[in-house]
Design a protein around this ligand. Structure first.
Ligand SMILES: Nc1ncnc2c1ncn2[C@@H]1O[C@H](COP(=O)(O)OP(=O)(O)OP(=O)(O)O)[C@@H](O)[C@H]1O
Length: 419
């Protein structure tokens, strides 16, 4: 498999200081350059393509149409052949850069495209050759994993494929709210403003924004998700050939690294894209050297990726949860239903002792069972927590899928979400 990389740090062509006026302005972009924008904290930014062609993370901009980007949004408008962009509004920062890793990213896409075509042409009875690429994107925090995932998905969708997006990053939640792992087919290039469509996601609610709070439960959920996807792929040659793109967390040390290996193995990834970290790349190459069908490829991190501190991430999570209930443009009204406490059962997963001390052999310590269901008292402690509703008929069916449900049904777990 041949990938070509690009060397050199991203070059900044023109950088503007934080804009203070709201006047409309035009920016001319040369071929293979991009306009990097951080929208101001309060007011949306309007932007449109005046001449040429340009894309935002793999999705082409329509000519002449104004798009409105919400406050705090960070993105880049990239052009392969040159373009003029018009902006209206306040930006925190905007500058053009002519050194980007886009050529290496699109080369990866071309190789994946070849594999998809090969899978499509193969006999659907051969499970190996009819399987399209299963790409997992790994790297430290703020290395551009979600962005690269979106580009690969949008480029594939533009060429008529319906790849499956799997988001294992519970910290941010690109498909649904933070605290979940989820998967969904991508049928069209991803809308640069609205993000991933929410029509038919398969969602597992973990309930925390870091897996360290219950590593075993996280692994169980990844396994459950992969089993459902395998069933879907077995019955759908088209989505099997399109393959999947898996976005991961930025936790790559210690247990985080173990979880990456677990995800690669459980989801049978065959292309590992490592963003911007030599050490992680060589560790993965070493540990995966006995699997000849798995390619580990290092890619350069884009200089445009914006680092976000803990406070910013917390705020983004809150906005994301708000957006889930109220919509991006505040145009949804959450439906409220009143029920008696006595009609509801709230469970927490994990944490409780497995067995009372008296029931254990002498000297044995009670161990916490990470997947044990613990009935929670409904009281004020539940205020301001996000819970999920489960379709399970029996509590012990909450974690593990019950076989009689169709594969596309989402299983939601009941847990608390601390944010
Ligand atoms: N070329 C670019 N120009 C401007 N902004 C960019 C560019 N690439 C990525 N970004 C922005 O940088 C931020 C971080 O990128 P991204 O979410 O892809 O990183 P990540 O590695 O997935 O982060 P996480 O640590 O949450 O896993 C995002 O807001 C994204 O929109």
């Amino acid at each position: 498999m041949a990938y070509s990389g690009m060397a050199g740090a991203p070059g900044l062509v023109g950088m503007s200081t934080p804009a203070t006026s709201t006047t409309t302005r035009q920016v001319k972009l040369d071929k293979e350059s991009e306009l990097r924008i951080e929208v101001g904290m309060e007011i949306p930014l309007r932007l449109r393509l005046l001449t040429g062609t340009a894309e935002i993370f793999g999705t082409e901009l329509p000519p002449e149409i104004w798009l409105s980007f919400p406050p705090r949004h960070k993105f880049a408008v990239f052009t392969w052949y040159g373009a003029t962009i018009e902006m209206d509004g306040i930006t925190e920062t905007d500058y053009t850069a002519d050194e980007t890793p886009m050529v290496s990213y699109v080369n990866v896409h071309a190789v994946l495209e070849g594999r998809r075509n090969h899978a499509k042409a193969s006999s659907s009875t051969d499970p190996d050759s009819s399987q399209g690429p299963r790409v997992i994107v790994v790297g430290p925090t703020d290395s551009g994993k979600s962005t690269l995932s979106k580009m690969l998905l949008s480029w594939a969708a533009k060429q008529g494929w319906k790849p499956t997006f799997v988001d294992l990053d519970i910290g941010q939640g690109s498909i649904t709210i933070p605290g979940c792992i989820a998967a969904t087919p991508i049928e069209m290039p991803i809308d640069p403003v609205e993000g991933i469509p929410l029509e038919m996601p398969l969602v597992y609610f973990f309930g925390h924004t870091t897996p360290s709070l219950n590593v075993d439960l996280y692994k169980v959920l990844v396994k459950e998700l992969s089993q459902i996807l395998e069933r879907q792929f077995a019955g759908n040659a088209e989505s099997r050939a399109a393959g999947m793109v898996i976005n991961t967390m930025g936790w790559i040390e210690g247990v985080g690294y173990e979880l990456l290996l677990h995800a690669i193995d459980t989801l049978n990834a065959n292309v590992v894209l490592v963003l911007g970290q030599e050490k992680l790349c060589s560790m993965l190459k070493d540990v995966l050297k006995n699997k000849p069908n798995v390619d580990v490829v290092k890619l350069q991190k884009s200089g445009g990726v914006v680092s976000r501190n803990t406070k910013f991430r917390q705020k983004t999570r809150s906005y994301r949860i708000r957006e889930y209930f109220y919509g991006l443009a505040n145009d949804l009204s959450p439906h409220s239903n009143i029920a008696n406490f006595s009609d509801l059962f709230v469970y927490k997963i994990g944490g409780g002792p497995q067995a009372p001390r008296s029931a254990l052999p002498i000297g044995a310590e009670p161990a916490a069972d990470p997947t044990r269901l613990v009935l929670v008292n409904i009281n004020r402690d539940l205020l301001h927590l996000v819970l999920a509703v489960s379709f399970a008929k029996e509590p012990d069916q909450i974690i593990s899928r019950f076989p009689d449900l169709p594969p596309s049904s989402a299983v939601r777990l009941i847990e608390d979400l601390t944010h």
